[in-house]
Design a protein around this ligand. Structure first.
Ligand code: GLP
Length: 256
């Protein structure tokens, strides 16, 4: 695992966006795994700006998002499909049928999950998977416990996660759907490269647990430590509870 600590959220976000840009310029047909959440908003903002400056081309890119709420349609402003259209897809030259999210309104959710896995496999697999981290230590919506061989499936969200995401639902956790479809930990680990971004002191405790605690299903983000090509980008605030030993192994960029 490569750990990079940047002085502030802006520079950490820019570094994550530049990793996506490198992938897009180095592959003929890049397959990008995307994440949602507030952490990723700046990454997509940076990518849109680069696209406006003609620095990146999405025309040959295929994307797969990590997750989607069950019961929310694409027109629902709280759906992750809506989030992706709003923050990225509507602003860049990506082919609409090359963007994939699990369909949380499918009649048969198990069949939808199986067909999502099949679509990822047909694309040749994900080159670079972006990841955020939730308060429960989840990647995607892999709530504790999530075995490391789990595949795309329907999960029940924990009260902590519904509380964490309530802001997007008018502040009311009861309005956050109880279930979601998510790539499994096993699905995520199959991506050729992982990039986890965490920002702010609110993430410091869970980042320390994920990077220094036991590797296991109670913190699905700890699974990334088993991946051969994984980069974790933090700002100083989210890195503030890491031990001196971990910091020693990190590449630290100091602010001026
Ligand atoms: C949601 C998403 C995760 C994301 C997490 C962090 O629960 N399913 O993929 O990483 O939130 O969100 P935020 O970036 O808003 O802190």
């Amino acid at each position: 695992m490569r750990l990079v600590i940047m002085p502030d959220p802006t520079s950490a976000t820019q570094l994550a966006a530049s990793a996506v840009m490198s992938l897009l310029s180095s592959r003929d047909r890049p397959v990008l795994g995307l994440a949602t959440g507030r952490t990723m908003e700046g990454v997509y903002r940076d990518l849109c700006k680069s696209h406006d400056r003609d620095e990146i081309d999405f025309s040959k890119t295929t994307t797969f998002n990590l997750d989607e709420y069950v019961g929310l349609s694409s027109s629902d402003p709280e759906s992750y499909r809506h989030y992706m259209q709003d923050h990225l897809f509507d602003h860049v030259n990506i082919a609409p049928d090359a963007t994939h999210l699990p369909d949380g309104t499918a009649e048969n959710l198990d069949a939808e999950c199986a067909s999502y896995e099949a679509a990822i496999a047909r694309s040749g697999g994900i080159d670079l998977q972006l990841l955020g981290i939730g308060e429960t230590g989840h990647i995607g919506f892999n709530e504790p416990p999530s075995a490391f061989d789990t595949r795309t499936r329907c999960v029940t969200l924990t009260p902590t996660t519904r509380q964490q995401n309530a802001a997007m639902f008018g502040g009311d956790p009861a309005k956050v759907p109880e279930h979601a479809l998510t790539m499994g930990v096993g699905t995520i680990l199959e991506a050729r490269q992982l990039l986890l971004l965490a920002l702010g002191d609110g993430k410091a405790a869970i980042v320390a647990r994920a990077l220094e605690g036991e590797v296991g299903p109670e913190i699905s983000a700890s699974a990334i430590r088993l991946h051969a090509r994984c980069t974790v980008i933090l700002d100083e605030a989210s890195a503030s509870l890491l031990s001196p030993e971990t910091l020693e192994s990190a590449k630290i960029h100091r602010g001026s």
